[in-house]
Design a protein around this ligand. Structure first.
Ligand SMILES: Nc1ncnc2c1ncn2[C@@H]1O[C@H](COP(=O)(O)OP(=O)(O)OP(=O)(O)O)[C@@H](O)[C@H]1O
Ligand SMILES: [Mg+2]
Length: 267
């Protein structure tokens, strides 16, 4: 189990009024979603977790070790991130080199690099594109390649910033399966998403950020079940729930069509 403990965290960009302020947060679940309106501070939290920006106050601990005390190499092995825009992560001449470069940053033994590269490119379905230039890949393929670069390093914690954007349905299913497999292998997978259908169907724990503060933590069932909370925090309810409410006047929580079917037939 991985535990991320945040205490008295505060961060403000030098050039904006926005402030991220988290008094106490303890993330221990393997599959975690982070939701919230545009500008709520979700990506800023990821930047702090990966060290792209430095904490101004407070601390972040991973399994009771201060994140700030890790060497750059240990940090890469602890937390990996897949950015929202994969192009910002890719710069090598070939798909294969892109993944190998990631591995070289963590001092991986040269003898195992080729094997590892093939393994992760197979996982994301890009093994036949290994000699292509990353910039000749389609947007979903670029995203899958950026996921492969993190899978190769195999950090303890995976951060995904809006991974579903620009992915077609098969790629969305593939990425969901990869995340579930990682969680099953006891990695921690933390995902920022605006897709409430996916969140409700896939995650057992959700943290909601509102204007730089954590406004909710709990299960999707509890979040969508608290009357008016989704609306207050600028989020939609799952489509099945909206339809049940608007068409049938049924205001119960339904996370997925299957959930609707089950609840309708057991009560
Ligand atoms: N480099 C920066 N310099 C100054 N202000 C920034 C910077 N990056 C983000 N901000 C501001 O900080 C606030 C939080 O941004 P952040 O990117 O964390 O939001 P978010 O929750 O990820 O939003 P979105 O859903 O749109 O991705 C916003 O008001 C944003 O304009
Ligand atoms: Mg963001």
């Amino acid at each position: 189990m991985t535990a991320i403990q945040i205490n008295n965290l505060s961060y403000q960009y030098p050039t904006s009024d926005f402030k991220l302020s988290i008094n106490q947060l303890n993330m221990t679940e393997n599959l975690v979603a982070i939701a919230g309106q545009n500008g709520a501070g979700k990506s800023t939290l990821f930047k702090l977790l990966t060290g792209l920006v430095q904490l101004q106050a407070g601390e972040i601990q991973i399994n009771q070790h201060d994140l700030a005390g890790l060497t750059p190499e240990d940090r890469l092995k602890t937390i990996g991130i897949v950015f929202q825009d994969p192009s910002s992560q890719l710069f090598n001449a070939t798909v294969q080199q892109e993944v190998a470069w990631s591995l070289s940053q963590t001092g991986t033994d040269a003898a195992v690099v080729a094997e590892k590269v093939d393994q992760v490119l197979t996982t994301v379905g890009l093994i036949d594109s290994k000699d292509k230039n990353p910039f000749d890949l389609s947007m979903p393929e670029k995203k899958l390649l950026s996921i492969a670069t993190v899978l190769a390093v195999d950090p303890q914690i995976y951060l995904f910033d809006e991974p579903m954007i620009s992915l077609d349905w098969p790629s969305q299913q593939l990425v969901t399966r990869i995340m579930q497999q990682l969680a099953h292998e006891d990695h921690q997978v933390i995902t920022i998403t605006h897709d409430m259908d996916w969140l409700a169907a896939t995650f057992s724990k959700v943290y909601v950020l509102t204007e730089g503060k954590v406004s909710f933590e709990g299960t999707p069932e509890a979040f969508f079940g608290e009357s008016g909370l989704a609306q207050e925090t600028g989020l939609l309810t799952p489509r099945i729930m909206t339809i049940a409410q608007e068409v049938l006047g049924d205001s119960r929580v339904y996370l997925t069509p299957e959930d609707y079917w089950e609840k309708k037939h057991t009560s």
